[in-house]
Design a protein around this ligand. Structure first.
Ligand code: FAD
Ligand code: EPU
Length: 267
């Protein structure tokens, strides 16, 4: 186990956030020790806005036995494994089920917690079983017990996803790659600048990005934070943005549109 005080700006895709004590756990014993005091769990930091002051809780990162997986994708997959790694393996093996998650830069655990996805499929669809750590022990759940819906799950309080069993269907490399190409095409308009993906959830039947666009808010800039010109639901870091600037942009949008924030906000 490693414990270090680190700037969370370095561990989040949007590149914003102050310091915290980061506990990198490699075994179940590590996890038991790390959870003895208030904690938060960090995945790949791709849906997070962390305050400029950081957070006082321990920030747990999964490594070691929680980042293991088998090249045939059978058996348990550690929650610390990156989705893009699994996508590559599933395309090579001709296994279908993860294609809708192409382009989502998450760890498995973060994708389960957020039920990440696109209109082509979401994480919950690809799960056979989910192993969670809570109340001092590991428990296995069927996805139907975890309240998955659009970008939402209801994991028991304080849960850490530790491993999952995937539910994939035998297909062909060609078919899996063709579906990935479809998803890739649907993502073409998304910006490459640092972000945490879409900042707001889509209201039923509409697109938050479209609504922000027609409201004329694209291009709004506060300090080094900007509503992307490419896609209205991406708030991007132009380099050196602060969390305060990002919050201000969120408030600017919400003053005009009743949108629910999709990002998890820490601090
Ligand atoms: P983090 O951002 O690290 O954490 C998110 C939440 O999950 C936090 O509450 C954290 O505590 C919790 N968490 C993390 N790991 C665990 C764990 N092991 N156990 C319990 N809780 C945990 N999302 C989509 O849904 N669809 C998209 O198409 C999409 N595209 C994106 C494109 C870009 C360029 C970026 C930067 C982001 C995009 N996102 C998208 C957002 C993001 O990738 C997802 O929300 C993803 O699920 C976050 O996973 P993470 O591992 O990065 O989690
Ligand atoms: N649109 C605009 N202007 C914009 C943005 C979008 O007019 O600035 C229009 C598009 O032209 C299209 C419609 O709105 O007609 C929908 O846009 P898009 O296909 O980009 O999808 P989205 O609803 O904005 C959702 C997810 C993305 C996911 C894409 C691809 C949410 C909040 N967003 O975006 O997920 O990658 O579909 O399937 O559900 C995320 O959750 O972080 C994320 C990036």
């Amino acid at each position: 186990m490693k414990i270090a005080r680190l700037p969370l700006a370095k561990l989040t895709t949007i590149g914003v956030g102050g310091e915290a004590e980061v506990w990198t756990v490699e075994t179940l014993d590590d996890l038991k020790t790390a959870t003895q005091a208030p904690y938060r769990v960090l995945g790949n930091g791709s849906n997070l806005l962390v305050s400029d002051a950081g957070v006082p809780e321990r920030v747990i990162r999964l490594a070691g036995e929680f980042a293991e997986w088998r090249p045939d994708l059978a058996g348990w997959v550690g929650a610390g494994v990156l989705l893009p790694t699994l996508l590559q393996a599933s395309a090579r093996l001709g296994l279908s089920g993860l294609e809708g998650l192409h382009g989502v830069p998450a760890q498995v655990g973060g994708a389960v917690k957020m039920n990440a996805g696109t209109r082509f499929g979401e994480m919950a669809d690809a799960l056979e079983l989910v192993e969670l750590y809570h109340d001092g022990g590991l428990q296995v759940y069927h996805p139907s017990e975890l309240g998955f819906r659009y970008r939402h799950s209801e994991l028991p309080q304080g849960s850490i996803v530790t491993r999952v069993k995937l539910r994939l269907t035998p297909s062909t490399q060609e078919a899996v790659r063709a579906k990935i190409a479809l998803v890739d095409a649907a993502r073409k308009g998304q910006p490459k600048k640092k972000s945490a993906g879409c900042a707001f959830k889509n209201p039923p039947g509409d697109s938050a990005g479209r609504l922000i666009d027609v409201s004329g808010l694209k291009g709004t800039t506060i300090g080094r934070a900007m509503i992307s010109l490419e896609h209205g639901n991406f708030l991007v870091n132009l380099g050196g943005a602060t969390a305060a600037e990002m919050y201000a942009l969120i408030r600017k949008v919400q003053a005009v549109l009743p949108l629910e924030v999709e990002w998890d906000i820490w601090g």
